[in-house]
Design a protein around this ligand. Structure first.
Ligand SMILES: Cc1ncc(COP(=O)(O)O)c(C=O)c1O
Length: 352
């Protein structure tokens, strides 16, 4: 284990938080974990009160997009044990993202050691109600003060924690986008790099102006194959079979996606990972065999979808058909709060 220097806050804001009404992403807990990459190695791991960063205006992350992040959640059992879900997968994906963005990988003792120590310290910040949790945001930024396109030599790794309520309170409406694209095979779509999200904002704004909640991204070559939605991977139920786009290098290898596939297979459903075209879905909807669609991601867990539009075609989904989506959602939420036994061995106590 690494030695993490802990400086505790003298002014906790925990008592100011209304845990019955948690907006997503606005409230940070008292402390953050920080480590610096300098002289070719990670050093000075520490936990400090959350504070502002002081950065030179030429800090490279502000100009050239060398930023990567993760999104995870911690929950707490009835008897007060803080739990982390599939933390190794998040660590591995973080390093994959870092590798793609030419940033240094982070060893387990810094990433997982810091995460565990921080979550353990902040365990009173973990909300207890179903659908709420402590959202964890590990991220890394390039910190050289340098104007010029090159990899930075110094980086900062930080973990923030935020108590959050449900991401989407109700089913969402999607617009399949046929002008803008999110990512292309060979690009950085499968990395959790900040630029992927920056590029999605304008088409998402246009979709919202038309009354949709999110864009469903299609492939960048033919605008045909489904990719993903905002911060979720996508699942469709066609003819009783569950379909999800295969990992093609342009979409994120979602950990909730992986969990959903494992849950569904264990429960005896047939799950197919393969390219899915928008036109086959339109045909299936006409034939009455495309019955359900949902998104899966850490923030939203599972999000029901009640409308999908593509050009002038509108596909509506009855709330009575939200069967598979609700099954996956209830299973993950139940595992998370300990009301369903963890036969998958996904949850481990955070170690202080
Ligand atoms: C673009 C994108 N797709 C899918 C997901 C879902 O991934 P996960 O289930 O690992 O949160 C996320 C969220 O991390 C995302 O940002």
């Amino acid at each position: 284990m690494i030695d993490i220097k802990i400086t505790r806050t003298s002014k906790s804001t925990l008592h100011e938080v209304d845990f019955s009404n948690l907006p997503f992403g606005k409230i940070t807990s008292d402390h953050m974990f920080v480590a610096d990459y300098k002289d070719g190695k990670w050093q000075n791991p520490r936990i400090e009160p959350v504070h502002e960063l002081s950065l030179h205006p030429s800090t490279m992350a502000l100009h050239y997009g060398q930023t990567v992040f993760e999104g995870m959640k911690a929950s707490i059992t009835e008897d007060g044990v803080p739990l982390l879900m599939r933390q190794e997968l998040h660590w591995e994906r973080f390093n994959k993202s870092a590798h793609r963005m030419c940033m240094p990988e982070i060893p387990a003792d810094i990433f997982l050691g810091g995460l565990n120590a921080l979550v353990y310290l902040e365990k009173d910040w973990i909300p207890k109600s179903v659908g709420s949790s402590l959202y964890l945001r590990p991220f890394m930024i390039a910190t050289d003060a340098f104007i010029g396109v090159a990899p930075s030599t110094e980086y900062k790794f930080i973990i923030l924690t935020l108590p959050v309520g449900p991401y989407y309170a109700k089913p969402i409406k999607l617009l399949a986008e046929h002008k803008y694209v999110r990512a292309v095979r060979g690009g950085v779509g499968e990395a959790k790099n900040g630029g992927n999200y920056g590029g999605s904002l304008y088409p998402s704004k246009l979709a919202r102006e038309k009354g949709f909640d999110q864009v469903l991204w299609l492939d960048a070559f033919n605008y045909e194959e489904l990719q993903e939605v905002g911060t979720m991977n996508i699942f469709c139920v066609v003819n009783g079979k569950i379909l999800t786009p295969s990992l093609d290098g342009a979409i994120l290898d979602g950990i909730t996606r992986k969990c959903a596939i494992e849950i569904l297979k264990r429960k005896g459903f047939e799950v197919e990972e393969r390219p899915i075209t928008i036109h086959e879905l339109i045909d299936a909807h006409k034939a009455g065999t495309f019955t359900e669609m949902f998104g899966a991601g850490t923030a939203a867990v599972v999000s029901n979808i009640d409308k999908l539009c593509y050009k002038d075609v509108e596909m509506n989904f009855s709330h009575d058909n939200f069967v598979i989506s609700n099954l996956v959602k209830n299973e993950i939420n139940g595992l998370r709060n300990g009301s369903i036994p963890d036969v998958y061995h996904w949850f481990v106590p955070a170690k202080g």
